[in-house]
Design a protein around this ligand. Sequence first.
Ligand SMILES: N[C@@H](CCC(=O)N[C@@H](CS)C(=O)NCC(=O)O)C(=O)O
Length: 216
Amino acid sequence: MLVIWGRKDSFNVQKVMWLIGELGLSYQAVPFGGPFGDCNSAEFVAINPTRHIPVITLDGQTVWESHTILRFLAASDDQQRFWSQSPLERTGVERWMDWSQTSLEPDLMLGVFWGMIRTPEAERDWPFIQKKVAQCTRHFEMLEGILSQRPFLSGDRFGLADIPTGATLYRYFSLEIARPSLPAVEAWYQRLQSRPAYREHVMVSYDSLRGQRIEL
Ligand SMILES: N[C@@H](CCC(=O)N[C@@H](CS)C(=O)NCC(=O)O)C(=O)O
């Protein structure tokens, strides 16, 4: 049985849950992180020394790091619905996963989201937040150019490249921030919202995270 450790309002857990939903896998969810379980506990550190959710276990093996889990689940799928045997073809997908994790997410999630939502109101650093919003504008304008040429970040059809960046959209479009005109990105967001797994696992309220700043 596939077991996933994490909490439903964790952005990195949501990426994994979204793919689990797309693949139609059976799973057992173990609420963990935040109020559900301490990632710094000795029991958890023995499982994941980096002290983060998500973690999955399958057949006695443990996998952590959200994008590693995404690749593992996609590569393990009998039908290879989200995986290619061609290393070159895979780069077309993996470059967007890496870009999301190393460029977009630090600015949007650790910058704007943490700055506005996780940080208590009295402590918010608005010049820092505005700088991060401006960086997000550049990221999303770049995505606008890509998505005006094709329906999905992965190409003609939905794929693994859509998951990390697509999972940011619920928060990007619900935060009270300035956004540029993004018709192609918004059309992509609509396409993602037509997927039941996206609605179930990504469009999750983050109200319980307000003011809840933790050490990562
Ligand atoms: N690079 C890691 C980052 C994981 C991460 O930052 N997880 C956060 C939740 S999104 C976490 O563990 N928070 C601690 C907690 O919720 O207690 C990954 O992609 O899996």
